[in-house]
Design a protein around this ligand. Structure first.
Ligand code: AMP
Length: 157
């Protein structure tokens, strides 16, 4: 369980820490890897969500996964990517967040992932939570805790 003071300050910003789905770059599971390479290159993100035709979250595709598919013995052949659907190479065993208000779960999962997909009860993709958004709030907490709460050292620890 999060300490009350910590949780209060993490939640203090009136801005949401969820980046809404409509501004998150993504590819479809039926797109080919060449298209994924274009989107990854144009957006500059190293990893983006993969959605199906019902807007459900299916997994992640990364630049590393795509470039690996270009390898042809000792050279790179981008033409290979045209024939490979994203669904064939994506990482689908991904933890999703269904309750973005569960900050304890969000913090725990962001230790290992740079961002987390948020889905509704039908697995429809609704957005992402990034380490950056949470770190902004941790930064606020680190600088303002004593302005809002009385903090004293526990001599037993
Ligand atoms: P950040 O914490 O802002 O650096 O974001 C961490 C990761 O989240 C990025 O490297 C991307 O993989 C992903 N990400 C952040 N914002 C977006 C976006 N608008 N569209 C797609 N992916 C994003």
């Amino acid at each position: 369980m999060l300490d009350k003071a910590v949780e209060t300050l993490l939640r203090m910003s009136k801005d949401s820490y969820i980046i809404p789905g409509d501004v998150v770059a993504n590819v479809s599971d039926t797109n080919n890897c060449y298209h994924a390479l274009l989107v990854l290159t144009q957006t500059g993100y190293s990893k983006i969500p993969v959605l199906n035709n019902k807007e459900q979250f299916c997994g992640f595709v990364s630049l590393a996964m795509v470039t690996k598919q270009m390898m042809e013995s000792d050279r790179m052949n981008p033409d290979r990517l045209m024939k490979i659907p994203v669904s064939e190479i994506m990482e689908s065993d991904v933890a999703v967040v269904e309750d973005p208000n569960d900050l304890e779960q969000v913090l725990n999962r962001l230790i290992n992932e740079p961002f987390l997909p948020v889905v509704n009860e039908d697995r429809i993709f609704t957005g992402i939570i990034t380490r950056r958004e949470i770190l902004k709030r941790v930064n606020f907490l680190a600088h303002n805790l004593e302005d809002y709460f009385q903090v004293s050292e526990n001599a037993d620890k």
